[in-house]
Design a binder for this molecule. Structure first.
Ligand code: ADP
Ligand code: MG
Length: 230
């Protein structure tokens, strides 16, 4: 792309959910750009479309109208297979409820992205990195523990380690600190900011929490289907 290739370029994106007898226009002509290595947050009331927007950015769903260019690719135009490969290689997801598998240990949970296939690295190498990531988030003594044995903050830190295991250049986080107290939220915000500064990871965080939102370089609000810069 010419000039300044933004890492993420959302162009006039709308999302309409079609249901029997009803259609819901959740996103209504949204535009925004996040440069490579930048951070952005999106706040907005419950039901305003924050998760919808992240799902589009993560190629988990497709826009009804508009284009989403990430790197140099229009991700809405990817086939299912290409979208899966894009998610697997370039993206780290941190979900609202963390989605750790209860029957798997922390280490196994962090290794889960391997199971999605197309993983070229040896299992030993990935395992070593998973262990190092769990150490980075302070869980080195808990590798064999199960999610139910953890606090909310520790579960989130496990989810962060899992999001990083494929060494993504983009992290999408959906209300990562939703159920955490202020102090733990601060620790997680520090971790995310440090990750961006040290590894140059582009970061998009959707959150209810203004303290977390303000730690990101760009701060947007989603309301009535429109995205406004704050
Ligand atoms: P937020 O994450 O900001 O709380 P969501 O993106 O989850 O908001 O949802 C935005 C709106 O879209 C809500 O009214 C929700 O009920 C609706 N919605 C979300 N997903 C679907 C779907 N798959 N089908 C129909 N409506 C949906
Ligand atoms: Mg949501």
């Amino acid at each position: 792309m010419e000039g300044n290739p933004g890492m993420i370029d959302v162009q006039n994106v709308s999302k309409v959910y079609e249901m029997p007898g009803e259609s819901l226009r959740v996103l209504d002509g949204i535009n925004f750009r996040v440069g490579k290595g930048e951070t952005a947050s999106v706040v907005g009331p419950s039901g305003s479309g924050k998760t919808t927007l992240l799902n589009l950015l993560g190629a988990l769903d497709r826009p009804t109208e508009g284009r989403i260019v990430i790197g140099e690719r229009d991700i809405a135009a990817l086939s299912e297979e290409e979208a899966a490969a894009f998610r697997n290689r370039s993206l780290g997801f941190v979900f609202q409820h963390h989605h750790l598998l209860p029957q798997c240990t922390l280490l196994e949970n962090v290794l889960l992205p391997r199971l999605a296939g197309g993983w070229e690295e040896s299992e030993v190498a990935t395992t070593e990195r998973a262990e190092a990531l769990l150490e980075e988030v302070g869980l080195q003594d808990r590798l064999g523990h199960f999610p139910y044995q953890l606090s909310g903050g520790e579960r989130l830190r496990t989810a962060l380690a899992r999001a990083l295991v494929n060494e993504p250049n983009l992290i999408l986080a959906d209300e990562p600190t939703g159920s955490l107290d202020e102090e733990t939220t601060e620790v997680v915000a520090d971790f995310l900011v440090q990750l961006n500064e040290e590894k140059g990871v582009t970061l998009i965080v959707v959150t209810h929490n203004p303290a977390l939102a303000k730690r990101m370089q760009n701060y947007y609000e989603l309301r009535s289907g429109k995205l406004e810069k704050r």
